[in-house]
Structure formats: structure tokens, C-alpha cells
Ligand binder design. Structure first.
Ligand SMILES: Cc1cc2nc3c(=O)[nH]c(=O)nc-3n(C[C@H](O)[C@H](O)[C@H](O)COP(=O)(O)O)c2cc1C
Length: 216
């Protein structure tokens, strides 16, 4: 009887010890630094900058463009959430690629570009940013209808903030890929863009990014 009790206690101690060891090794894994990831992140941040001089002889391939768009605001989780955060997970930012042969809508679920217009709409919004006319441009629009329950002021605030995260992702991709980009925002004629792409008044163009390769 005593012997049985002793073995019982010994077994419980062994199980406890094993559990503690497993727990410690889990903690060790969780708190272990990831110097490789951090140094890559810091390297990219170190070289992030706006570049306005592009080598227009180097074409951005479809594959690279889709890669930029995924990094910008693609789906990175099984539940459909994105690489960029969005207020109330509205996922309001819609990306268009504007170039010489027309305008393309990025479809994140399929990771494809769908041609929605044969018109080059860059002259509508480029204004004094003439460098945007010779490169593919990613236009970030916010679908304000996703925020209708919060009112117009909140929609404008949320939309602008959400676009900012996507914009930074584009900067980060370009920095990592030795590519060139610059965020541009002022003076977009909303009505003209909406009419050209047959979009409702709730689709607001917030920031656009010409993307390409830096001039030597
Ligand atoms: C919201 C926003 C709008 C901008 N608009 C323009 C623009 O229209 N034209 C331009 O050349 N740069 C534009 N920029 C880029 C800024 O001028 C640039 O980020 C700033 O000078 C700092 O330089 P850096 O990005 O190299 O750090 C804009 C940046 C932001 C965030």
C-alpha cells in the first residue's frame, strides 16, 4: 500500500517535471529573438525613401506588379484579412493599376488584375507629378460606403489612415526590391476619376504610387 502511494507520488512528480520542462521550452521558443527577420526589416527601413526619377526603359512585369499589390494589401490569412490593417476590418482600400493601355482592378481573392477600362486615366490626376505619366501607377481608393454607419467625417479619417498603411507597404516592397516609388496625393479630381471608371461617388481616390525602377 505504502509502496503504491510512493510510486503514485513519484509518477505525479515526473509528469509535473515533464510539463514544466515542456512549458519552459515553449517559453524559450516564444521569447527567442529572430535576428534574421529584424535585420531584414531594419535594412528595408534604412533604405525606404521617395524616388521620383525612373528608368522608363525598364518595364514592371505583370508578375512583379502582382507581387507589389499582394504586399500592399493582399490577403495574408485564411479568414481573408490583409497585409494592411483597416479600421473595423472594413477592407475599404481598393487598388487600381493605371497605365498606358488602360486601367486594371486588383482582385485580392484571385490575385489577378482585371481590365476595367481601356483609358489611360493618369493625365486626369497626375497634375504637376509628371513623372507619374510614364510609369504604371497604383491608385489607392477608399470605398467610403464601408463606413456609412459612422458618418462622412469618420469615413474620411478612416479611409485616409487605411490608405496610409497600404502606401507604406508599397514603399517597403519597393525599398526591398530596389525599385522606385513615391506617394502622391494632392489635387485629385474625384468626379473625373469616378466618371472615367464609372465608379460611384463613394469611391474616393486618396493616394497614388507610380512604381518602377530608379534611374541610374
Ligand atoms: C500623403 C502624401 C502625399 C504626397 N504627395 C506627393 C506629391 O504629390 N508629389 C511628390 O513628389 N511627393 C509627394 N509625397 C512624398 C513626400 O514629399 C515625401 O514622402 C517627403 O518629402 C519625405 O521624403 P521621403 O519619402 O523620401 O522620406 C507625398 C507623401 C505623402 C505621405
Amino acid at each position: 500500500m505504502l509502496m503504491k502511494k510512493f510510486f503514485g507520488m513519484a509518477l505525479s512528480c515526473a509528469v509535473l517535471l515533464l510539463a514544466l520542462t515542456a512549458c519552459n521550452s515553449n517559453n524559450a521558443q516564444q521569447s527567442a529573438p529572430a535576428p534574421d527577420k529584424l535585420s531584414v526589416l531594419k535594412e528595408i527601413l534604412q533604405v525606404r525613401k521617395s524616388i521620383r526619377q525612373f528608368d522608363t526603359t525598364k518595364v514592371v512585369s505583370d508578375e512583379v506588379m502582382l507581387d507589389i499589390l499582394w504586399a500592399a494589401n493582399g490577403i495574408n490569412r485564411e479568414d481573408g484579412r490583409r497585409t494592411a490593417p483597416s479600421a473595423v476590418n472594413a477592407q475599404d482600400i481598393v487598388m487600381y493599376v493605371c497605365q498606358g493601355d488602360g486601367t486594371y482592378l486588383y482582385r485580392p481573392a484571385e490575385e489577378v488584375l482585371e481590365k476595367v477600362s481601356g483609358t489611360d486615366i493618369r493625365p486626369i490626376f497626375a497634375g504637376r507629378n509628371s513623372f507619374a505619366l510614364n510609369n504604371p501607377v497604383i491608385m489607392l481608393m477608399s470605398d467610403y460606403s464601408k463606413f456609412s454607419r459612422f458618418g462622412a467625417e469618420a469615413a474620411a479619417k478612416f479611409g485616409a489612415m487605411d490608405a496610409g498603411y497600404v502606401s507604406q507597404n508599397i514603399y517597403m516592397y519597393c525599398a526591398a526590391a530596389d525599385m522606385a516609388t513615391v506617394a502622391c496625393a494632392p489635387g485629385i479630381n474625384q468626379k473625373a476619376v469616378q466618371e472615367a471608371l464609372m465608379l460611384p461617388e463613394t469611391m474616393i481616390s486618396l493616394i497614388y504610387h507610380p512604381v518602377g525602377y530608379p534611374a541610374e
